[in-house]
Design a protein around this ligand. Structure first.
Ligand code: ZN
Length: 162
């Protein structure tokens, strides 16, 4: 599956936050960047930097070498695996696409009913099980179009595939 640089960055931002993008940017094309350097650069506590990088580490995106300094403290020196970032983003994109297709399948060829107050949206089978009354508030359910929803899903799917 093709993925653009921009899509990769969007996935990372969604999963790990804006700061992760900045950290990745500071680590790419470099090896063993000390977290002290990173903390100074971003004017953050070292622990904060470490915990953010640990999140990336959990997905094998970031890895570290521990080094003992002269006072016996350990500092972490960080690296980033750009290939893993791409794999991670591709996997997320595949999952998102699969979800959209699943949603589309649920919508296509079906009739839906909604509650005016917005508490429920049920397909025909479910709605008839409840006697066309809302299971939450007992209001009568109204028929609702889902063509727009189907169009939206199709558009999202085609954008992703391009
Ligand atoms: Zn209701």
């Amino acid at each position: 599956m093709d993925i653009t640089e921009r899509e990769i960055m969007n996935v990372i931002k969604e999963e790990f936050g804006e700061q992760a993008i900045l950290l990745i940017d500071s680590l790419k094309n470099k090896t063993n960047v000390s977290e002290i350097t990173l903390a100074e650069k971003f004017k953050k506590e070292m622990n904060e930097i470490r915990s953010q990088l640990y999140q990336l580490h959990n997905f094998n995106i970031a890895f570290f070498n521990k080094k003992k300094d002269k006072d016996g403290w350990y500092t972490y020196h960080w690296n980033i695996d750009l290939g893993r970032i791409k794999d991670f983003a591709v996997q997320k994109k595949k999952n998102a696409l699969k979800n959209l297709k699943k949603q589309l399948k649920k919508e296509e060829g079906k009739i839906f009913y909604i509650c005016k107050t917005g508490c429920a949206r049920l397909d025909f089978v479910k709605a008839s099980e409840y006697g066309f009354r809302c299971p939450e508030c007992n209001e009568f359910l109204d028929y609702t179009e889902n063509e727009n929803k189907i169009e939206c899903l199709k558009r999202e799917i085609s954008i992703m595939k391009d």
